[in-house]
Each structure stands twice: as structure tokens, then as C-alpha cells.
Ligand binder design. Structure first.
Ligand code: ATP
Ligand code: ZN
Length: 696
């Protein structure tokens, strides 16, 4: 008996939905500090878990007849995860309606699951010996007046701050300075810097390393993102947990890192939708950063040239402090915006002649242009003019996209692919047409029309492309970015991935080829997203005032549209984010949409649409008996916009409340009723709750 004197409650990731609040109990000879990592048996397997609390067996209040199993192993090579980290995990689980164990497992590096205590100990020792080269100290630039003023505001106030700074206004320099100030003020302090996309990490990482590694050592800056190997991710996570890493830079997953001395958090491009995790635990890294900062007493700086309407509104309410940097560095001009009325162009026009002329002149002068189209592949659909056949995905309610280079049709929802048919599979017609355009086709078209255009060195123009298809392989992304920076690409065709964050120095023209498609989209966030995308894209042009001046060039943003009079484009014409935000917030308030209401979505996936909707109807029925339903509105279940994916029918039900706490209270009361419901609806494959959903 003495050897099992304590019952230890452990956060473990159990099979989905089987255990809601999710602590499992085991026995151990003595109490363990909360946050200790352990390995526990579950069925036939052994899983990683985190100690939540230890209770003397005599007081454990267990149901009679339950025999607990002992812990398998205590990983005490590692210091326990600190209380603030556990609070963050607990908050995330509670707020996003997940189990503690799932969030803890999401937050820990996967490699930890496989290591024994002895192996872990070895890792910790090896890591200390690892020698790395220290980059050369970067030369410090003189701060602009706007940068100075913002930095001193951050020093003197608590925040949270919204750094509303123009594209190319030097926000990165503000981050570097405020991080440096926090690290100097406290020799143990740690900083967390979040970026939306993995493709933005290499250059920012290099920047932080050049600034900090010479003084703090090569291991002071660590990165956390999905592009790391399991071994790297473990090593970087350990560096953060042990305090050796003073700065952790990463994508949304980094917000859950163990940072025992966290003093400052930066969320760059805070408006970006990628901060929201869209599968598993659907958390918003930006929102968690704000919670974590408040809880840990760390300053939080959100930065953007096109803030989210949520953050903009929070400033208006006085919840965040807004700091402005309206000017670009070295008085560089924002690009002049040209709206091309495509109603006045022949129907088949892909590039307006005036745009091609402007691109041609830039190639001849040795400047770069960026051509933006948010659709990869060659054409979104193949079509037979004789019988009306279309390249529909057999498994999804979507077309399969034509990828010409690969000679395949590929579904962007389920990844199913097949060879491109030579004849119409229905009627045998050999003339199948590619409808619409993707980035692959634009690249081919530009290679064709610009084939006789020469660069200043007499060589033919080079057309590059960057999208999810060209950047899959290891190192491809960095290699392609390097080509753009060293000037070996003259025109770059790409999707939204190249439109934001990058500091391209030789780019003087950006063109959005067919942005109207996004205007037709039904989601209420579509205008906000489109405006941000276009303004960010425009922000890639003319960043280097000296280069523009020496070239005698003019930075330009071209927009090809059927609706030049649309208020969104008119606001863009004047780079008027505040005007656009005001108009959008007004509309949202009138229509009762976020940030004026709070939303959650329940989704059900099933073999048939009826089954999915029936589950949601039953869920709504169960809600009627709950007192917490007061002030909460349940909309009727509807099919999702893409109704079927991989042969699974999907339905959703929107839940709305005027206050966050009313919504949370309701979800907490309701969720326990939904778990048993799944058992009654056998054809429901899965269901999930998405709190503060971004895609409606
Ligand atoms: N004080 C300064 N003096 C000279 N150059 C500066 C200064 N501050 C920043 N820069 C340079 O200005 C350029 C733009 O800065 P940065 O990339 O930080 O812009 P940003 O505000 O993050 O823009 P975006 O929102 O488009 O990402 C960079 O090349 C940076 O090195
Ligand atoms: Zn499919």
C-alpha cells in the first residue's frame, strides 16, 4: 500500500471525445509536483502526460471498486512545466471546448512522446555542448522619429498595443528594440515573436539572430514551426523550456511553448487568418497571445498595416493602445493605385495591354514586378463544350484543378488526383477546354508575351512562380526567395503567400489579376480579407526609396476589376484603411456580426447530409432545456459551403450571443450533452465546436 500512497491526476490525450474535461488518475509512491512530465499506461499503450495534481490516496474519493494503475515512468530529467503554462493550457482547453490532455499534447513536441527519462537527460546534455557559428553583429540603424516615439510609448505603458504601421514603415525594427529592452531589463527574460506563415520565419529569424546572437550566444534565438524535424522541434522546445532560448520565433504553434520567463510577446501581421488553427484544437494564436500576456504580465504588441477589425475596434473601445507609424522608411511613397476597368477590355483579356506595357518597362530597367492571383494550378476546371462534362471531384462537391506541368487533375480539398483525360470521358470529344486561370497559366502566358523583352544585361526576362505547388520540397521556399532577392527573377507570379511581410527591395509594380472573385464570396469576412490582401500586396512595391529614385521609377499597384467603383477598391485607391474599417464596422454593427456579437459553430460530418443535419437538430433540441440558453441564439443547421469532402457530408450550425461570457457559459453546459448524442447518431463520423470561427 505504501508504494501507491498517492493518486496522481494526469492530463493525457485520450481518444477524441471519450473523456471531456480529461484528467486520468494513476497511483504513485509519492506526490509529484504539478507540471511534471510522466508516461502512463492506457490500454495497451503508453502515453505522455502532465501531472495536474497529487492527492493522498486516503483522500482521493474514488468510486468503489476502481483499481488504478501505477504511473509507468516519471520524466524528472526535465523541470516541471510552470504554473503559467498550465494555466494557459487550462484556459485554452476551457475556452475552445477541448480536453486538457489534447491541448497539453498539442503544446508539447511530438518527439517527447518517445523518449525515456535517460534519453531525455542525454538530449539536455548534448544540447549544451552543441557549438554553432555566431553571425556577425548587424549594424544598427538610426531610428526614425516615428519608431522612437512608438518605442518609448511601449516602454512607458502596459498595453496591449496595436502597432498600426504602414507597409515598409519599419515595424520589425520596433520589435527588435522592444525585445532588446525587455531582455536587457531582466537577464532571464524571454520573448515570443509570432509570424503567420512559415515562409516568413527564415528572414525574420536571420534578422533576430544577427541582432541578438553576437551578445546572447547562438542558442539564444530558437524557432518553432511545422517545417522543423521532430528532433529540431524538440531541441528548440527544450531550449525555450530551460530558459536557454531568450527569444522564440515561430508560427501559431509557438504560442503554446513553455516559456517560464516570458516578458514580451509580438504578433506580427496580427490580422492574418493563419493565426487561427483550423483543425483539431481550433485556437487563435493571436487571441491566446493576448490572454497569455495578461496572465503572465508580459507586454503584448500586435502589429499590422491592415489590422483585424476585432483589434481596430478594441482600440476604439480603449481596450488596446493604438500606436501609429504612418510613414514609410526614407519617405518612400506608397504605390499609386491603378484600377483597370475590365468591362472596357475585350472579354478574353487576361492582362490589360497597359499593364503589360508597365511590366515590360520595368523589366527593361531592371526592376521587379509581382503578379498576384489567389489560385494555384493551371485552370480551376476542365470543361467539354459538347456535352457539358466538367472535371468534378468524384469525392467532393468541388472541381478538380488542372495542373498542366504534372498532367494531372487534382482536388484541392481531398487531394485525389488523376491523369488528365485526352478526350471527354463522357462523349469522347477531343477538345476539352481549360476554364479560368491559375498561377501556372499566368506564368506560361507571361513567358509567351514577354519572350522578346530583355533585361538591362541583354538577357531574356525571367518569370518565376511561387505558390504551394512550387514550395513543397525542403529548401525550395528559401531558394526561391533568394532568387527574388538577388534579382534573378523579373516577374514573380504567385498566390497570397508572396503578398505579405516580405521586404523585396527591387519591386516597383504589383498587379492583382482577378481579385473580384473574392468580392462575390458569401463570407462576411471576405471584404476584410480582400482589402488586407491587396493592401499588403501593394505594400511590396517601392519599399526602397533610394532604389526607386535612382531608377527614376514610380511604384504602382494595378487592379484589374469589373467593378472599379466598388467602395473597397475606392478605399484602396487612397490607401485608406481607417475609412474602410469604419465602413465595415458600421455594416457589421448594423447586421449584428462580430466584433459586435460572439459566435461559435458546431459542425457535424456524416455519411449523408440528412444524418449530419439531424445530429445538429437533436443538439439544438437538447439546448432548449438549458437555463444557459438565455441570450444565446441558435441558427438552423445548413450544409457547409463545400458540402462534401472525401465522401463525407458536412453541415454546420451557427450559435450567437451578445456577450462572450454568455456564449461560453452556454457551450459549457451544452457540450456534455453532445458527447452521448454522438452514440445515438451512428452515422455521424465526427462533430466539433469551433469557437470564434473565422470561416463562415
Ligand atoms: N530606422 C531605419 N532606418 C533605415 N532603414 C530602416 C529603418 N527601420 C527599418 N528600416 C528598413 O526599412 C525596411 C522596411 O522595414 P520592415 O520590413 O520592418 O517594414 P514593416 O513595417 O514590417 O512592413 P510590412 O508591414 O510591409 O511587413 C527594411 O528594409 C528595414 O531594414
Ligand atoms: Zn476531392
Amino acid at each position: 500500500m505504501a508504494c501507491h500512497a498517492f493518486v496522481i491526476h494526469i492530463a493525457v490525450q485520450t481518444p477524441l471525445h471519450s473523456n471531456v474535461g480529461g484528467l486520468l488518475s494513476y497511483t504513485h509512491g509519492h506526490a509529484l509536483p504539478p507540471g511534471t512530465l510522466v508516461r502512463v499506461p492506457l490500454g495497451q499503450r503508453e502515453l505522455l502526460g502532465v501531472v495536474w495534481e497529487s492527492v493522498p490516496a486516503a483522500h482521493a474519493d474514488l468510486p468503489a471498486g476502481v483499481a488504478l494503475r501505477p504511473l509507468a515512468q516519471v520524466l524528472d530529467a526535465l523541470a516541471p512545466l510552470a504554473a503559467p503554462w498550465r494555466q494557459l493550457v487550462a484556459f485554452t482547453a476551457r475556452y475552445y471546448q477541448r480536453s486538457l490532455g489534447e491541448i497539453a499534447a498539442t503544446a508539447l513536441p511530438p518527439a517527447l512522446r518517445k523518449l525515456s527519462n535517460a534519453q531525455l537527460l542525454r538530449r539536455l546534455q548534448v544540447k549544451k555542448k552543441a557549438a554553432q557559428t555566431v553571425p556577425e553583429q548587424e549594424k544598427l540603424v538610426a531610428l526614425t522619429a516615428e519608431q522612437q516615439s512608438v518605442i518609448s510609448q511601449i516602454e512607458q505603458n502596459c498595453g496591449p498595443f496595436l502597432l498600426y504601421g504602414s507597409t515598409g514603415s519599419g515595424k520589425t525594427e520596433v520589435y527588435l528594440h522592444t525585445v532588446a529592452a525587455a531582455l536587457v531589463a531582466d537577464p532571464q527574460a524571454q520573448a515570443l515573436v509570432l509570424v503567420p506563415e512559415i515562409n516568413l520565419t527564415p528572414q525574420l529569424l536571420a534578422r533576430f539572430e544577427r541582432r541578438f546572437a553576437p551578445t546572447l550566444g547562438p542558442q539564444a534565438v530558437a524557432s518553432l514551426h511545422s517545417g522543423l524535424t521532430e528532433a529540431q522541434r524538440l531541441q528548440h522546445w527544450l531550449a525555450a523550456h530551460t530558459g536557454q532560448a531568450r527569444i522564440v520565433l515561430g508560427t501559431r504553434m509557438a504560442v503554446l511553448a513553455s516559456l517560464p520567463q516570458l516578458k514580451i510577446i509580438v504578433v506580427d501581421e496580427e490580422h492574418d487568418p493563419s493565426f487561427k488553427q483550423e483543425e483539431g484544437a481550433r485556437y487563435s494564436a493571436r487571441d491566446l497571445a493576448l490572454w497569455r500576456g495578461r496572465d503572465a504580465g508580459a507586454k503584448v504588441i500586435l502589429g499590422s498595416a491592415t489590422p483585424s477589425l476585432e483589434s481596430w475596434y478594441a482600440c476604439q473601445q480603449g481596450r488596446y493602445q493604438r500606436l501609429d507609424m504612418p510613414s514609410r522608411i526614407a519617405a518612400a511613397a506608397l504605390p499609386g493605385v491603378h484600377l483597370v476597368n475590365m468591362r472596357q477590355q475585350p472579354k478574353s483579356t487576361v492582362f490589360a495591354p497597359a499593364l503589360l506595357q508597365a511590366i515590360t518597362e520595368r523589366i527593361q530597367r531592371g526592376e521587379q514586378s509581382l503578379v498576384l492571383l489567389n489560385r494555384r494550378g493551371f485552370a480551376p476546371v476542365l470543361w467539354c463544350g459538347d456535352c457539358g462534362w466538367k472535371s468534378d471531384c468524384p469525392h467532393c462537391s468541388a472541381h478538380q484543378v488542372f495542373h498542366k506541368g504534372e498532367r494531372r487533375l487534382r482536388c484541392h480539398h481531398c487531394s485525389a488526383s488523376q491523369a488528365v483525360p485526352r478526350h471527354c470521358p463522357h462523349c469522347g470529344n477531343p477538345d476539352i477546354l481549360a476554364l479560368g486561370h491559375g498561377t501556372e497559366q499566368l506564368q506560361e502566358a507571361l513567358e509567351q508575351v514577354l519572350r522578346n523583352v530583355q533585361r538591362p544585361d541583354g538577357k531574356p526576362a525571367r518569370i518565376g512562380r511561387m505558390d504551394a505547388d512550387t514550395t513543397q520540397g525542403a529548401g525550395q521556399l528559401q531558394a526561391q526567395l533568394a532568387h527574388i532577392h538577388d534579382g534573378s527573377v523579373d516577374v514573380l507570379v504567385g498566390t497570397q503567400m508572396i503578398a505579405k511581410g516580405h521586404d523585396f527591395r527591387r519591386m516597383t509594380l504589383v498587379a492583382a489579376i482577378a481579385p473580384d472573385a473574392a468580392l462575390m464570396s458569401t463570407g462576411f469576412r471576405a471584404p476584410e480579407r480582400l482589402f488586407a490582401l491587396l493592401m499588403q500586396a501593394a505594400g511590396r512595391a517601392g519599399r526602397d526609396a533610394a532604389f526607386v529614385g535612382q531608377q527614376g521609377s514610380q511604384p504602382q499597384m494595378w487592379i484589374q476589376t469589373q467593378q472599379p467603383e466598388h467602395p473597397l477598391y475606392q478605399a484602396l485607391l487612397h490607401h485608406d484603411y481607417p475609412g474602410f474599417a469604419q465602413q465595415q464596422l458600421h455594416e457589421r454593427q448594423q447586421a449584428g456580426m462580430p466584433p459586435f456579437v460572439f459566435q461559435a459553430l458546431v459542425r457535424a460530418d456524416a455519411k449523408t447530409q440528412d444524418a449530419a443535419q439531424n445530429f445538429l437538430h437533436a443538439a439544438a433540441q437538447h439546448a432548449q432545456s438549458l437555463p444557459a440558453l438565455v441570450g444565446v441564439f441558435l441558427y438552423p443547421p445548413i450544409p457547409m459551403a463545400v458540402q462534401r469532402v472525401a465522401n463525407i457530408e458536412r453541415a454546420q450550425m451557427l450559435i450567437e450571443a451578445a456577450s462572450r461570457s454568455a456564449l461560453q457559459k452556454f457551450l459549457h453546459a451544452w457540450q456534455p450533452l453532445l458527447h452521448p448524442l454522438k452514440k445515438q447518431h451512428k452515422t455521424v463520423v465526427r462533430w466539433l465546436v469551433d469557437v470564434d470561427p473565422q470561416n463562415l
